[in-house]
Design a protein around this ligand. Structure first.
Ligand SMILES: Cc1ncc(COP(=O)(O)O)c(C=O)c1O
Ligand SMILES: N[C@@H](CCOP(=O)(O)O)C(=O)O
Length: 466
């Protein structure tokens, strides 16, 4: 499998090199040159497979010759062996048509573990025979950072520098990052928003001297391998609910458009998906884009679902690439316009095409709290604020009665204890695997949201190539 950039002007790479590269050299995002497909029979044959075997079947076409099937299987078995549920991502029925897909049974209690546990192992495998020391730079609104740090702490040939917006992540999220004291882990709290952190990461990749000198790589969903691993659970859930004979809808709490884009990939591969519901909080750029064609950046409003407090959604560019007929030059021009004016309109034909699969809903804080309260009262279940947004959006969307709706439960409620307690009156307990989190020492740097000081901080600590 070969990978091309959405902006059409970067080297074409294989899976191994695309995994190590992160962002493309032309500022674009890598995507497979063509979407591989699974036939109806191949999808039907996934029924009853373990999560690991499903993962191998779904990811093998993307991995191509970079790993043998046995190697891929061994890496998946190791990655998913660290989850504390035998099903890895279990489905839980809520009522006659609504299901939750619990994606928070990994080491850091959010869906990010599904991809990042595997990515950590892929880095190690691909670096084994190379004389390269990778410098991973990442931006987090809380969950990617903790999952990436867990996956990379103590690994040889990698340092990780993780930027988070100071004061805008939950106390559990912050401590999951800042109490990891491995020498290759470097936390940086920036004076700004997640969007500022993400823009700084992209600026470091755009600084070609810096990126080359320190062999920069990415753990955010700009890295294709992240999305690839997330495609798996769409197949895993849908076949359990009757796919390929019965289409399934998914409601996805959305920020950076990575998780829901993985659903789009599953659909392009042949999985019958009735709808992908893009659920946003009041930071609603994606809802405005999909419902009214208005992709213009507003200010970021801090909410009780902080992992979705995002305006510039990286992976929307990947969808725009397909909507532009995969014309990299046209998309590069459109993205340059967007980067200058902070605004883009989606042509009616593009909206119509996207509307064939995607629908969207904006969930305000009251509806989010109500969803948490009603899950606790009617299903005796505590759900986190992000999952609540997905569930509220699922219930607000009109769909044929025979279509099951799966809401992605993206985080464990204990990661957002204060918000859950405010909405339900119940304080979720921290699972045993996080025992002692509040007694541990924290370590992090505080820096302004400016490229100069951040590059200088990294340059003092990272290992240059060659
Ligand atoms: C708990 C949680 N839910 C939802 C999201 C949104 O996912 P995405 O950014 O892939 O759209 C995030 C952040 O990525 C998250 O951490
Ligand atoms: N919500 C995310 C934001 C980063 O998203 P990513 O999927 O691009 O890594 C987080 O938790 O950090």
């Amino acid at each position: 499998m070969r990978y091309i950039s959405t902006r059409g002007n970067a080297p074409v790479l294989d899976f191994e090199n695309v995994t190590l590269a992160g962002l493309a050299a032309d500022g674009g995002l890598y995507l497979p040159e063509r979407w591989p497909t699974l036939s109806r029979d191949e999808i039907a044959s996934l029924a009853g497979l373990s999560y690991v075997d499903t993962a191998v079947a779904v990811m093998a076409p993307f991995v191509g010759d970079s790993l043998s099937r046995e190697e891929l299987r061994a890496l998946c078995a190791e990655a998913y062996g660290r989850f504390d549920h035998a099903a890895v991502t279990p489905l839980v029925q809520l009522d006659g048509r609504n299901w939750l897909l619990e994606l928070f049974h990994g080491p850091t209690l959010a869906f990010k573990d599904v991809a990042l546990q595997l990515l950590g192992l892929l880095f190690e495998r691909f670096l084994r025979n190379r004389d390269t020391h990778l410098t991973v730079v990442g931006a987090t609104s809380g969950d990617t950072g903790s999952a990436a740090i867990d996956a990379l702490a103590g690994r040889a040939k990698v340092d990780i520098f993780m930027l988070h917006p100071q004061g805008r992540v939950s106390d559990v999220q912050r401590r999951q990052m800042t109490t990891v004291l491995a020498p290759n882990v470097h936390n940086i709290a920036i004076d700004g928003s997640f969007d500022d952190a993400q823009a700084l990461v992209k600026a470091m990749f755009a600084d070609r001297d810096f990126a080359g000198k320190f062999s920069l790589s990415a753990v955010n969903s700009i890295n294709w391998a992240r999305l690839m691993a997330q495609v798996v659970y769409y197949f895993y859930a849908a076949v359990r609910l009757g796919a390929p004979d019965r289409p399934v809808a998914f409601s996805v709490p959305t920020g950076n458009f990575g998780d829901v884009f993985a659903g789009y990939v599953a659909q392009r591969m042949g999985l019958p998906i009735a709808r992908l519901i893009v659920a946003t909080n009041v930071n609603d750029i994606l809802h405005r884009a999909l419902s009214a064609g208005d992709y213009s950046v507003g200010g970021v409003t801090p909410t009780a679902a902080p992992s979705m407090d995002i305006q510039v959604s990286s992976n929307f560019e990947r969808l725009l690439f397909d909507l532009h007929g995969r014309d990299g030059a046209a998309l590069a021009a459109a993205m340059q316009g967007f980067e200058t004016s902070r605004s883009m309109s989606l042509a009616p034909a593009m909206r119509e095409e996207a509307g064939g699969l995607f629908t969207s809903a904006r969930i305000d804080p009251d509806a989010m709290s109500l969803a948490m309260r009603s899950a606790s009262e009617t299903a005796c279940m505590l759900i986190d604020p992000h999952t609540a947004i997905g569930l509220a959006a699922a219930k607000a969307t009109d769909l044929p009665a025979d279509v099951p709706v799966v809401t992605l439960a993206t985080a464990h409620p204990a990661k957002f204890r204060d918000a859950v307690e405010r909405a339900t009156g119940q304080r979720p307990l921290l699972p045993k695997r996080l025992g002692g989190l509040f007694e541990r020492e924290e370590r992090f740097a505080q820096l302004p949201a400016e490229i100069g000081p951040i590059e200088a901080y990294i340059a003092e600590r990272a290992i240059p190539t060659g």
